[in-house]
Design a protein around this ligand. Structure first.
Ligand SMILES: NC(=O)c1ccc[n+]([C@@H]2O[C@H](COP(=O)([O-])OP(=O)(O)OC[C@H]3O[C@@H](n4cnc5c(N)ncnc54)[C@H](O)[C@@H]3O)[C@@H](O)[C@H]2O)c1
Length: 317
């Protein structure tokens, strides 16, 4: 089935999800909260397309075609008109998402799939106020959605097999690497792993073992180099399970079990230092440093995407 996609929200995730779909040849309608939101979303698409073109990931003609496939609107009914698959990307707030899913459920036919891009909220909770819960699930794209291949698909308690299958089909068609979870757990797979690493990194810094810069360097130049090739289980197999078992025996009891942010992080957040977005976090984010880091990260992600595309087998193209 060829899905007609609508995206709710034109922010960081909304516009890059729309770009992903349009890049895969799909027309997509995006709902923006107001004109300011709409213009920001459009500008984000234009900027990302120019970078993709400058990196030879798309041609000049493709740049125009992709942009033409994306229609922005502030009228919700117009955005949903003809849609068979809706992806919500509004703020991470459970009561707000519940209100929106109740509204989308009312406005969309029973067969329209309603997916949330939540970072870790439960699809069962999100669907709580909706009548037709069988068509509600999570499709968790990673930021930036057009450059990170993984999408986690999470079913709620009442999500049907058909809805999950349609989500997997759509994401494969969008050229993503979807992974379906067998259970609805907070944080899905990758945020659980990412936050386990983040907690331990904070703990190591708190104990005075190393500076935050050195901890970042240690991760980037070790497991950071290996993880794109071997995930944690394959890494253990290749290292030797006997070795990993004896290290686990003395190390697991010594790892952090904190159940909230550690003091340095708490102090930053409490003082309004939120990181890149307002100039100070663990690092000082001058405009020049911010530009440089965004460019470096984006370049690295595009290099990976080029590699993925070169490595595609003929059957998967
Ligand atoms: N930013 C990330 O790195 C990232 C990664 C993966 C998943 N997510 C998840 O994606 C979702 C969207 O995140 P984002 O970073 O794109 O947020 P964002 O703040 O960039 O965009 C949110 C969008 O929702 C709109 N909006 C604001 N208030 C609203 C309201 N009351 N009702 C309806 N719309 C409203 C905004 O105008 C904007 O279009 C969240 O659930 C978030 O957890 C974010």
């Amino acid at each position: 089935m060829r899905e007609q996609l609508a995206v709710i929200g034109a922010g960081t995730m909304g516009h890059s999800i729309a770009l992903t779909a349009a890049w895969a040849g799909m027309p997509v309608q995006v709902w923006a909260a107001d004109l300011h939101d709409l213009n920001k979303g459009k500008a984000g698409i234009e900027e990302k397309l120019a970078i993709l073109r400058d990196n030879q990931l798309i041609t000049d003609d493709e740049q125009i075609e992709i942009e033409q496939r994306i229609r922005f609107t502030t009228a919700l009914e117009a955005c949903l008109s003809g849609a068979t698959f809706v992806i919500e990307a509004i703020p991470e707030n459970l009561p707000l998402k519940q209100i929106w899913f109740e509204k989308l459920d009312r406005l969309c036919g029973e067969d329209v799939i309603l997916a949330s891009n939540t970072s870790g909220l439960s699809p069962t909770d999100i669907a709580w106020k909706a009548r037709y819960k069988h068509r509600i699930l999570v499709t968790h794209f990673w930021n930036p959605a057009h450059l990170i291949p993984l999408v986690e698909v999470v079913r709620g308690a009442e999500t049907s097999d058909e809805a999950a299958q349609r989500a997997m089909n759509l994401l494969n068609h969008m050229d993503k690497k979807p992974v379906e979870l067998k259970k609805d757990v907070l944080g899905s797979i990758v945020n659980r792993l990412q936050y386990a690493l983040f907690r331990e990194a904070q703990y190591i810094a708190e104990m005075g073992v190393a500076t935050i810069e050195d901890i970042d360097t240690a991760v980037k130049y070790s497991i950071g180099r290996r993880l794109p090739v071997t995930g944690p289980f394959m890494t253990a197999d290749m290292g030797g399970l006997d070795v990993f078992d004896s290290i686990s025996g003395y190390l697991f009891p010594d790892l952090s079990t904190h159940s909230a942010s550690l003091p340095a992080m708490r102090a930053l957040v409490d003082s309004g230092s939120y990181g890149q977005k307002n100039g100070k976090g663990f690092y000082e984010w001058t405009p020049a440093f911010s530009r440089q880091m965004n460019r470096e990260r984006e370049q690295e992600l595009m290099d990976w995407l080029k590699k993925d595309r070169r490595n595609r087998t003929p059957e998967t193209t």
